[in-house]
Design a protein around this ligand. Structure first.
Ligand code: DLL
Length: 464
């Protein structure tokens, strides 16, 4: 498979080099092109200077245009002029999703509605949706960042991008779309769903890049196999997947099943949408576009920064957004800052792929459990499919965890003993990883609901 992928990559780059202008070839780094080398590889002291200038402007914009921020600053006796260095970021108050909800729908906007050209919104499954707005300039910046992200992830303007992120209020579809057009690639705005048609189009149009959630990529691979289509019959070579947590094992599984190289892309509506950060071809952490976002990783309880390498909650401050500047936004996403520099030459801070969210973290009998830990174990062990569900319940005073997972086809038709052995091995491995007792229920292939967007992995019956 690796040789086949390598051949496809060489073929692609030969096409790029043959048709690229000199300027494009000049930008060829060890791992491919940069979209905007000046900013992506900016010397660190220059970047810090730019960040400070932009932070000061953002703080002023928020203070003078958003009553919520003015009140929050005044409550702690802070004026925009007090921000004199990047370290002063610590003096600023945090912003939470609840603050956006309290100011629903447009109360956090820093510009009059006449300047807002686009409105997106979160799905609102955990309460009132949060509404986000963009000026024309914000849309322009977003397209630039998504063009950078696509290139960083391995895409060029010679690619045909099948964009299977949902189009609509969700930022995934239009975010990737504008970036792809800015890059000059050919984008297929197919959105999510209608999986057989996705595969037919992928085959007939020769799509080379797939963009969607990792769980949907996996589902596409499954339907492809059912249709008897092998990865070698497609031109697909690269996947840019995000919008939900996924493990390294899941990456390998998707890469194997689709015959592609897959990278992780991160973003959130409140901050801009996709394009806050992305992995490069080194696949060692996500580069955060530091000329547009400042990141901190804090201990969610003490609210103090943690040392690089330690897990904590990612906090983001926007540096260039006009319609909805966010100051120290508590993302609830768990990651760590990766120390050191990256071989791709980008100078941005890198964060590790996300373990989950603080509000995804299940506390079962006092032990912290993340669905991603379960995913890693299931995929590591083999014999099961990457389709699983965590069901948490309470019996009397005791919390229980059941992991429902689909058995691989070849095992399902196997003897009962084989299944019993697999179940035992899974229980033992999960218990030693999680530190709590677990019930494993093996279910028939294709019985757990598939997702065309963000997958639902947990049913917590304790809350019902
Ligand atoms: O999911 C934006 C997006 C679209 C990102 C397409 C990447 C690709 P929201 O719907 O507002 O925005 O959800 C944001 O999704 O706070 C994380 O919890 C989660 N998330 C996004 N990307 C990743 C990722 C979009 N790569 C929320 N890994 C965030 C883990 C992710 N979680």
């Amino acid at each position: 498979m690796e040789i086949f992928l390598y051949a496809r990559l060489v073929e692609h780059w030969q096409g790029v080099l043959l048709t690229a202008g000199n300027s494009e070839v000049d930008k060829l780094g060890e791992y491919g092109l940069y979209w905007n080398e000046r900013y992506e590889c900016m010397p660190e002291d220059e970047l810090r200077e730019l960040q400070l200038e932009r932070l000061q402007a953002t703080v002023k914009r928020a203070f003078f245009n958003v009553p919520f921020y003015r009140k929050a600053f005044q409550a702690i006796g802070l004026e925009p002029g007090d921000i004199k260095s990047l370290d002063d970021l610590q003096k600023l108050p945090f912003t939470t999703k609840q603050d956006l909800r309290d100011n629903y729908p447009f109360g956090m906007f820093a510009v009059p509605m006449s300047e807002v050209v686009r409105i997106h919104s979160s799905s609102g499954t955990t309460g009132k949706p949060t509404v986000v707005g963009y000026t024309r300039h914000d849309i322009d910046v977003w397209a630039e960042l998504m063009a950078r992200a696509l290139v960083c992830g391995g895409t060029t303007r010679h690619d045909i991008i099948q964009n299977a992120y949902g189009y609509g209020l969700f930022t995934g579809g239009l975010g990737v779309h504008y970036g792809a057009e800015r890059l000059g690639a050919s984008v297929i705005p197919i959105s999510g769903g209608n999986t057989k048609r996705q595969i037919m189009i992928m085959k007939d149009y020769g799509s080379t890049v797939l963009t969607c959630t990792p769980s949907y990529a996996l589902y596409i691979a499954e339907v492809m196999a059912e249709m008897g289509i092998r990865p070698e019959e497609l031109k697909l070579r690269c996947g840019i997947f995000g919008a939900e947590p996924w493990s390294e094992n899941m990456r390998q599984e998707i890469e194997k099943r689709l015959g592609i190289s897959a990278v992780d892309i991160y973003g959130l509506s409140e901050v801009i949408g996709p394009g806050v950060g992305i992995e490069c071809q080194a696949k060692n952490g996500l580069h955060v576009f530091g000329d547009h976002f400042l990141v901190e990783v804090i201990d969610p309880v003490t609210e103090k920064p943690v040392a690089p390498g330690q897990l904590g909650e990612l906090v983001i401050t926007s540096l260039t957004k006009e319609a909805l500047p966010v100051i120290r936004y508590r993302t609830r996403d768990i990651t760590t800052i990766i120390p050191g520099t990256c071989s791709c030459g980008r100078t941005y801070v890198r964060v590790a792929r996300f373990t989950g969210r603080t509000d995804d973290m299940l506390i079962i009998r006092g032990v912290n459990v993340f669905p991603s830990q379960v995913e890693s174990v299931l995929l590591e062990m083999g014999g099961t499919e990457p389709h699983y569900l965590l069901i948490v319940d309470r019996q009397g005073a005791l919390d229980t965890l059941e992991v429902k997972v689909e058995v691989s086809d070849f095992l399902f038709s196997d003897k009962v003993r084989g299944l019993e052995e697999l179940e035992k091995r899974l229980v033992s491995e999960l218990e030693s990883t999680l530190g709590i007792s677990v019930k494993v229920t093996l279910v028939e292939p294709k019985t757990i609901e598939r997702s065309e967007g963000k997958a639902v992995r947990v049913i917590d019956k304790r809350k019902i």
